[in-house]
Design a protein. Sequence first.
Length: 414
Amino acid sequence: MKKAPMKAALLITAFFAFMGNFSLITKTEEAPPVQKQEFREITGKIKKGETLFDIFKKYKLDISELYKIREASANIHRLRELHPGRSYKIILDKNAQIDSFIYWMDDDCFLNINRTDKGYCAEKVSIHYEKKILHIGGTIQDNLIASMEEGNENLLLALQLSDMFAWDIDFTTDLRNNDSFKIVVEGLYLDGRFKKYGDILASEFSNNGDVYRAYAFRQNGKIDYYDETGKSLRKSFLKSPLSFRRISSGFSRGRYHPILKIYRPHQGLDYAAATGTPVSAAGDGAVLFAGRRGQYGNLIIIRHRNGYKTYYGHLSKIDKGVRNGVQVDQGRVIGYVGATGLATGPHLHYEMRIDNRPVNPMSLKIPRGATISETMLVAFRQFTDRINSELASVKPSNHIAVGNAATRESRKEG
Ligand SMILES: [Zn+2]
C-alpha cells in the first residue's frame, strides 16, 4: 500500500482543483502586456448576506455600472441574490471602469459579463471537464469513511457508495473489518488536474462474505443502479431507518464517527444511537400515527403498501411536517433518536408489521424494483461485460489509481 504518497497527490490535486477555477479564465481574459499593469483585478468569495452592492461599496466601484451589469445578466442569472461561498472576479481597466465581471453560478458554470462597444454583454459559460475513468479500491477498517482517502471529494464518494447499496447494506451496523469495495468512477479534470468525481459507473461491495454489485445504467433518461441481472437495486424498504448519509453529514475525520449497535431483545430492533440522530422513513407511505404512546414514548407509525407498517419509537423529536395522513417518501427524515417512554438510554426502536403481525425486517425478503426493459437488455449486457473486466482489475489496496487511469481515454456510458 502506497498510502502516504497518494495522500500527498490528493492534496496537490485538491489545491490545483481550487486554483483551476481561475487559471482557465485568466487565459481568455488576459489583457495585452502593455496595458496589463494598468488593469486591476479583484477576486473573492461571496460572504453570507453579502450583495453586489456591498462589494461595489467595499471596492469603491461605480454604482451606475452595477445597475448596467445587473440588467445585462437579468435573462441569464439574476444577481440580486448571491450565493455565499461562490467565487467572483472583477477586472477593472485603467480608468477603474469594469472591464469584466465573472461569477461562479455553481461548480460547473460561470456567468461572464464583458464590456463591449454596445455596453455590457453577459453569457453563461459551462465548464467542460475532461473525463477519466478512475479505479478505487479499499478495505474497510473501522468504518466506510475512515477507509477512504482524506478529502471532501472522497467523503462525497463514500456517501454516494452508501446510497447505492442503502437497500442491501446498513453501513452503520453491517460492516465488518476486511470487507472490501471496488469503485469504477468518472474523474472530472480541468486542465489536466483532478477536480471532482462524477458518476460512479459500477461498484462492488464485499460484506461479510456476500458480494453486491451495482451498475449505473441510463433508462428513460434517468440513471439508476442495477444488479448484474438488470434488476433495479431499489426496494420498497431501506435496509436501515438510520441513513448512513444523514448520520455522516458534517462528519470530518477529526471527529468521532458514530458506529451504531443493534439489538433484538423483543419484537423489533433497537439501534443504540446518540440523541438527535436523524431517523428516516424506511419506505414510502402515509403517516398513521405521530405522537406520544405509552412505553413507545414519541412514536411514528407509517402505513405502506401491501399491509406493511413500520414503527419508530422513543424519538426525542418528531419532524414538524409529520402528522396523521401525511405522505412521506422513502429516506425522508421523520424524527430524531431519543429516550422517551420506557427507554434506559437513547435508541431507536424500529418495528415492522405485516397485517399487524410483527416481522423481522432483517430477515424479510423484499423484492427489487423495476428491471431493465427487454429492448435495453443487450446494451446493458455489453456494458456489464466491459465494466466487469474493469472491476476485476481494481485492487482492494490501491486507494486511488490516478496514475493508472490517467493513461486511459475518457469515455461516456449510458
Ligand atoms: Zn425496542
